[in-house]
Design a protein around this ligand. Structure first.
Ligand code: ADP
Length: 437
């Protein structure tokens, strides 16, 4: 604003003077002095009038009259070349502005009018403006630094709390939870951390229970084997029949150990997601037939009839071994927990885009209170009956994990007519793919 105002005031003064002078035939110092007197120019402005060669004809400065000398100024040279120019500078709190305009005539340029002004008042305005800007910048800068420091300190404090919590949890305290406030990213991260720690805690709890249950299950047959072998080695003159009986018991306990370890292996494989990699389209009816063939002797011994209704076009994308485990454990349970003369029915059918397998029996059923737990590892409703029939409490846990690993669902229901019904549902495999049976 200061510069624009100064430019317009100096240039218009210069133009008025130059147009007054351009009316003259020849430019002389006297003529210029007369025009200046008439125009009543501002005393603060120094005005020079030069001839076309740049020689000063007139100068308003009385104490330092430069008339007769040459004005070696860039502005004057520009004006003599026909250009109207303006320059200004602000140094040492003084605002200086200079303008030069040509004095035109019909034959060319008669000379130049040079105006210069040093304005302390405008200089003071600019100086004050600068001072205020500096103060405002300093205040804003200071406030900014304090605010940034406070934000950084709060963030660092919360991140340190999170890091400390990670250390506590990695040291094994899975019950530790972070107290989170706010709803920013750190609060979100802390929530995620608490969720993760919660999951870790339950996984760790399940792992401990599993290890303790597994060792308990393995200890029982091992203790029996130890007792039986001690009895054989420590009693002198044991008769052959008793010894054979003891040896047979050792054999059946070893068989139990083998069954438990095999099932544990199956569960470990499912935990590791091994079957995930081996999924392929499998014709379920063929697997059912193959599995039931293996269970025929058990069914005959328990006097239980197996009835099947198998739809042939029931391909599912699954690991064949997992499918076998599912069918075997469900059908074996149907036989084991049945009554003499009872029945196990296997029904395999296609329902829209699903393949549904139901295994129902006419057996002893499951008390409603136990239903929620039957898929838990080592859970047995009737420990004595399960043990007597060679059960380990792992069969249904394997079924559950194998169904989930192959993208299926399992439900258990208790029909009003008695017994138990398991319903397994898998998405049907796309037709046209090679099916292994
Ligand atoms: P187990 O090896 O003891 O049979 P499972 O995991 O296969 O273990 O089954 C868990 C428990 O669920 C069994 O001990 C049994 O009490 C009960 N159960 C499973 N299937 C049936 C069934 N078809 N009828 C009655 N009870 C069953």
């Amino acid at each position: 604003m200061v510069i624009a105002a100064k430019k317009s005031s100096l240039q218009s003064q210069g133009l008025v003077i130059s147009s007054s002078l351009s009316a003259l035939d020849t430019l002389t110092g006297e003529a210029a002095a007369q025009v200046m007197e008439l125009l009543d120019v501002t005393p603060a402005t120094r005005i020079l009038v030069t001839d076309p060669a740049g020689r000063i004809l007139f100068d308003t400065a009385e104490d330092d009259d430069a008339a007769g000398r040459y004005a070696l100024l860039a502005e004057v040279r520009a004006a003599l070349n026909g250009r109207s120019v303006f320059f200004c500078s602000y140094t040492g709190d003084v605002f200086t502005s200079r303008a030069a305009v040509p004095v035109p005539s019909a034959s060319g340029v008669l000379g130049a009018v040079y105006l210069s002004e040093s304005d302390a008042e405008q200089g003071e305005i600019i100086h004050g403006l600068q001072r205020n800007l500096r103060t405002v910048s300093l205040v804003f800068g200071g406030v900014g630094i304090v605010v940034v420091y406070l934000i950084a300190a709060t963030l660092t404090h919360r991140i340190k709390k999170l890091a400390a919590a990670v250390n506590v949890v990695s040291a094994g305290d899975y019950a530790y939870r972070l107290n989170v406030r706010g709803n920013d990213e750190i609060a979100e991260l802390s929530d995620e951390f608490n969720d993760l720690t919660g999951r870790l805690e339950s996984t760790e709890e399940a792992r401990r229970r599993f290890v303790s249950d597994a060792s308990h299950e393995l200890r029982t047959p091992l203790a029996a084997i130890r007792l039986l072998s001690d009895s054989i080695t420590q009693s002198d003159g044991m008769d052959g029949d008793t010894m054979r009986e003891f040896a047979t018991d050792i054999g059946s306990e070893a068989e139990r150990l083998q069954r438990i370890t095999e099932k544990l292996m199956n569960l470990t494989k499912l935990d590791a997601g091994v079957s995930q990699r081996q999924r392929e389209p499998v014709e379920a009816a063929a697997v059912v037939r193959r599995t039931l063939h293996l269970l025929e002797p058990l069914a005959a011994a328990q006097n239980v009839a197996i009835v099947t209704r198998l739809d042939e076009s029931c391909a599912v994308r699954a690991a064949a071994d997992d499918l076998y485990q599912i069918i075997f454990n469900l059908a074996e349970n149907g036989i084991k927990y049945n009554v003499p003369g009872g029945r196990v029915e296997l029904d395999l059918r296609r329902e829209d885009s699903d393949v549904v397998l139901t295994v129902s029996d006419t057996g002893i059923g499951i008390p409603a209170a136990d239903i929620a737990h039957i898929f838990d590892r080592f859970y047995r409703v009737d420990k004595a009956r399960s043990r007597a029939s060679g059960g380990s409490g792992l069969g249904l846990a394997i079924v559950h994990d194998a169904v989930a690993a192959n993208g299926g669902t399992i439900e258990v229901s208790l029909p009003e007519t008695g017994g138990t019904r398991f319903t397994v549902t898998f998405p049907a495999a796309e037709s046209g793919k090679e099916v292994r049976s």
